[in-house]
Design a protein around this ligand. Structure first.
Ligand code: BEZ
Ligand code: FE
Length: 305
């Protein structure tokens, strides 16, 4: 049985009285972590409201903005994730959590375009269902533990934008699940696949997040990249991205995802040369190593279906 809250103690006298009254109202929260997080949230948001002296109009506008962010979401689009990304929240959470595992590869934000259930491919297969030849990218790499030992049967879930900068779910020209797929590492921890070089792209700007970017005079572009989720038993799941070293916007990613460690060498080769001499056109190669910390493998929740 809960004892009733003493409402005498909840009567507001002035601005300063509001915060301790709200904290007291939340004080019976059973979960220690929820209690800690909510107490801190209320402390900081109340301090923000005092510091900015938010007006009634501004407050209404802010609540309506959040309402519009929610309304812009559906099975195929996640404006909430997009908002968190352009405000640097997602990157900050990643960097804070990375700093707990300095010996493993750094993570990057998941973004709003991760879908579960991508097709499984054998080593060497192509993610590009349309057979776009220009320019082909051969990706190879290894998944290792923090002692440098190969991790066999690690699952790499990969997704990327097309050479025109669109994910398949945004583009009626692309087949379902195009440029998405998963692979397993072999007994040496190695993986390889081929794809087409992704282009940089603007994040969606037709919703409230676009209004915010325009009001802040910010461009909406991300530098060209590939997304990876690397999952292996007994290891923390790695959610990351690899950026093209020659990409535009590397220095001004709209969602702040770039770290030096995550810039990959996209090496250009002439037809007939390099590690794939039989390839008839000029092509690129990318080699990446992912180091996983010991831990518990988890599956990220897809923001869209
Ligand atoms: C992405 O990389 O897919 C992405 C990340 C944040 C916002 C929009 C797209
Ligand atoms: Fe992306």
């Amino acid at each position: 049985m809960h004892t009733p809250i003493d409402f005498q103690g909840s009567i507001v006298s002035d601005a300063a009285s509001v915060t301790p009254i709200v904290q007291a109202a939340m004080s019976r929260t059973e979960s220690a972590r929820l209690s800690e997080v909510m107490a801190s949230l209320v402390t900081h948001v109340h301090a923000f409201l005092r510091e900015t002296q938010l007006t009634d109009d501004e407050y209404e506008h802010a609540l309506d903005f959040i309402r519009r962010v929610g309304l812009a979401c559906n099975d195929k689009h996640n404006e909430v994730v997009l908002l968190a990304d352009v405000l640097g929240f997602s990157t900050l959470v990643k960097v804070l959590n990375n700093s707990l595992h300095l010996e493993s590869t750094g993570g990057a934000l998941l973004g709003p375009f991760y879908r579960g259930g991508s097709p499984h491919y054998e080593a060497g297969a192509s993610l590009d269902q349309q057979g776009i030849a220009d320019p082909v990218l051969f990706v190879s790499g290894k998944v290792l533990d923090t002692s440098g030992r190969p991790i066999q049967h690690a699952k790499l879930d990969v997704w990327q934008a097309s050479p025109v900068g669109l994910y398949e779910n945004q583009d009626p020209e692309q087949p379902d699940m195009n440029l998405r797929g998963n692979f397993f590492t072999d007994e040496t921890g190695a993986f390889d696949f081929r794809t087409v070089r992704p282009a940089g792209y603007p994040v969606p700007t037709d919703g409230p997040v676009g209004d915010l970017l325009r009001a802040q005079m910010r461009h909406p572009y991300r530098p060209a990249h590939l997304h990876f989720v690397v999952i292996a038993q007994g290891h923390d799941t790695l959610i990351s991205q690899i950026f093209a070293d020659d990409a535009e916007y590397l220095n001004s990613d709209v969602v702040f995802g770039v770290t030096r460690e995550l810039i990959g060498k996209f090496e250009r080769h002439e037809a007939g040369s390099g590690p794939h001499p039989a390839h008839p056109q000029p092509y690129f190669t990318l080699h990446c190593e992912f180091v996983l910390a010991q831990g518990v493998a988890t599956q990220p929740t897809p923001p869209i279906k």
